[in-house]
Design a protein around this ligand. Structure first.
Ligand code: GYE
Length: 302
């Protein structure tokens, strides 16, 4: 029965949302967007923070199943290993919405839809900026890469999309690539190690702004100029990154929109009501360079 459970006695929909954590500015904006949108939509939100650990997210989802929520949404920390718990939700008749990050489950009937960005496209945009920037230079162009959380969809896809573009020209060399777990602290720490082991870094490609901002500290402490001695490409578009662009410290930011709350509540209502929804809902985003940063900064919402 499609409408079974919906709303409980008061007719209100209950949504269980298992968030990744609070690792980045993107994530805190995403959390706020989900909380605000739930309130606005009159949806009861059960919110859990997994602190970047898959086991915590699985526990949270099992709790939501026991509590018989109407809909479960989650942003999977990593891509693999979800089939068992998703099957449990399906058997309990609770529809699941993936938000922000995808899973690699072969059985797509385990979830209703995936709402989020195209991370491969973001990686390609980063690579395309670089290819243009160095179009007239012979190279070699030595690149270091700060990857997001190991095994996460955005880390896998941003890496792949970028590689697809830079591999077309062998003047581009990715000389080091390591995870900084999407945090400032780790971004700084790993950049320090990169700077020690590689004397001639031309470009940093960071899978998110927070790691880029951490790396900027490491670069400055090493007596180099971020944005000049080492060009910096990052992804997300948080305010702090726009500030760094206006200061000349980041060269380009590929936008990834965390404000998914309203779309998520809309999908939640539909799946709770047994309506069909498109299997993939993509968010719209752009690319911003230094010359656009000052003008765009006051309009940034996260
Ligand atoms: O880019 C990063 C966050 O999954 C798109 O997760 C999200 C990523 C985002 O920690 O800052």
């Amino acid at each position: 029965s499609g409408k079974a459970g919906k709303g409980g006695s008061d007719g209100k929909i209950t949504l269980g949302f298992a968030q990744v954590g609070a690792e980045s500015g993107w994530r805190t904006a995403n959390t706020k967007s989900v909380q605000d949108a739930a309130k606005k939509a009159g949806i009861t939100l059960k919110f859990s923070d997994a602190q970047q650990k898959q086991e915590n997210q699985i526990k949270a989802i099992r709790t939501f199943i026991q509590q018989k929520v109407d809909v479960i949404a989650f942003s999977p920390v990593v891509e693999s290993g979800w089939d068992t718990v998703l099957k449990e939700a399906k058997d309990a008749g609770i529809p699941v919405i993936l938000t922000d990050r995808a899973v690699d489950s072969k059985d797509t009937s385990l979830y209703k839809t995936f709402l989020g960005s195209d991370f491969v496209k973001e990686g390609r945009s980063a690579g395309e900026w670089l290819a243009k920037e160095y179009a007239d230079e012979e190279g070699p162009v030595n690149i270091v890469e700060l990857q997001g959380t190991t095994g996460s969809a955005p880390a896998n896809d941003r890496r792949a999309g970028f590689a697809e573009i830079v591999e077309k020209d062998d003047k581009f060399k990715v000389v080091a690539s390591q995870t900084g777990d999407f945090t400032r602290a780790k971004g700084k720490e790993v950049m320090q190690a990169f700077l020690k082991s590689h004397k001639d870094i031309d470009v940093l490609y960071a899978h998110n702004d927070d790691m880029a901002l951490g790396a900027i500290q490491a670069i400055e402490e090493a007596g180099k100029k971020p944005g000049e001695d080492i060009k910096i490409i990052s992804i997300d578009g948080i305010k702090d990154a726009f500030v760094a662009m206006t200061e000349g410290k980041i060269n380009v930011v590929v936008e990834c929109n965390p404000l998914l709350g309203d779309q998520l509540m809309d999908l939640t209502k539909k799946v709770a009501d047994g309506q069909s929804v498109p299997p993939r809902v993509e968010t719209e985003e752009g690319v911003f360079t230094q010359d656009q940063a000052a003008e765009a900064l006051p309009t940034r919402q996260y």
